[in-house]
Design a protein around this ligand. Structure first.
Ligand code: BGC
Length: 380
């Protein structure tokens, strides 16, 4: 990873020199694309929250990538509070940032900051979450978010025995009772995850193989504001009280994120699930958070989706260097991510489904978590 970034740095230094000769440049806040040395350039990195491990890892990796390439980095977390994030981004602009990398809390709430950035010639990279309703978003680095939803739904079907892991029909026929959870409605990704999952589940709901007893199958009904664990626990408790108190068994839950899955699991355990006679329903997840990886290893949670945040940080670094060197980053998708004003050129990374039996190969062998962390359920 370091070596690849190193090559990118050499490349961008060259590009920088060429751009300076040709008199081009992104015209960034301070000196992007104007021949400035990396050490003179400041990158503002704005992350949503530290309550989820993935964003801590994202922030650390992005900072490390950029600092190793010589740039100054200002990294801020906004505590999932929209005014705080707006203020932090404003401050980065005032400090003379030459590039902004932003993982938004609310994808629609940063328009005026982005206008100020554009006025100052500062390129903006949306990190993992698309920033909407603004033309001043220059690039988007993320994962294949629709595919995340498809993979979550496939994992649910695999857990229920309706499908095998290779996609072939499984031995079970159903019908199975499931409930559906979605992410935060102010996060564009929540819609991609949900649409991806429903592209797989809806036909099986329609033909009666899957039964959603609550009938809550719209994203508005299933959404969990700010992806909060406690909110998810409360919704699961309400669903259990309303539909499953008569002894009806719940067989599976589509959950879009590990924190939400843990809230769901707590509600289910409190209701008596998780015993030999009454096993845990099949529960999906996302992000391979360490507490959830342990739950998967222990057979409590069924699966999660691994998004290698190290690779995302690397892509953000590569895209950032391109802008700072006065050129355009390379996109691998120029169609999918319409932010309401324009289609934002994007770089999408692949994802991987993690079950108990591939924790070792996907997460431990690649150095994402150590065997000790998986065993303890805590990051060291
Ligand atoms: C990210 C997910 C994450 C969720 C909650 C989404 O925007 O893409 O990886 O689980 O936010 O933090």
């Amino acid at each position: 990873m370091r070596r690849r970034l190193g090559t990118a740095v050499v490349g961008s230094v060259l590009a920088l020199a060429l751009a300076a000769c040709a008199g081009e440049g992104a015209g960034g806040g301070g000196g992007a694309g104007t021949g400035a040395e990396a050490e003179e350039l400041l990158v503002g990195v704005s992350m949503p929250t530290q309550t989820s491990e993935r964003w801590i890892a994202d922030g650390d990796s992005v900072r490390q990538q950029l600092q190793e390439a010589g740039y100054q980095v200002e990294l801020q977390y906004a505590g999932d509070d929209i005014p705080t994030q707006s203020q932090q981004v404003d401050q980065m602009i005032t400090q003379g940032a030459d590039l902004l990398i932003i993982a938004a809390i609310d994808g629609t709430a940063l328009s005026s900051q982005l206008q100020a950035a554009a006025d100052a010639g500062i390129p903006v990279i949306a990190y993992d979450r698309l920033i909407r309703d603004s033309e001043n978003v220059d690039f988007y680095v993320t994962f294949d978010n629709f595919q995340v939803g498809v993979a979550q739904a496939n994992a649910l079907l695999t857990g229920l025995g309706l499908r095998n892991a290779d996609g072939s029909p499984g031995s079970a026929t159903g019908p199975f009772n499931i409930e559906i959870f979605a992410g935060s409605l102010d996060d564009n990704n929540a819609f991609f995850f949900f649409d991806g999952a429903m592209s797989v589940l809806q036909p099986l709901i329609d033909d009666g193989t899957l039964v959603v007893k609550s009938t809550q199958t719209s994203i508005e009904q299933a959404a969990i504001l700010r992806w909060q664990q406690e909110t998810a626990q409360r919704r699961m408790e309400d669903l259990l009280t309303a539909g499953y108190n008569d002894g009806t068994r719940l067989d599976g839950v589509l959950s879009p994120y590990d924190g939400i899955s843990r809230g769901i699991i707590t509600a289910l355990q409190n209701a008596g699930y998780g015993t030999a006679e009454n096993p845990m329903p099949v529960i999906t997840g996302q992000d391979a958070e360490i507490a959830s990886v342990k739950l998967i290893a222990d057979g409590v949670q069924h699966s999660t989706i691994f998004k290698d945040t190290r690779l995302l940080a690397e892509q953000a670094g590569i895209a950032g260097e391109a802008f700072l060197g006065g050129s355009e980053p390379e996109a691998n998708d120029t169609e999918t991510y319409d932010n309401g004003v324009k289609v934002v050129p994007s770089y999408l990374l692949p994802i991987e489904t993690v079950y108990a039996d591939n924790i070792q190969s996907v997460l431990v062998d690649t150095g994402y978590w150590t065997a000790e962390e998986v065993a303890s359920g805590q990051a060291s």
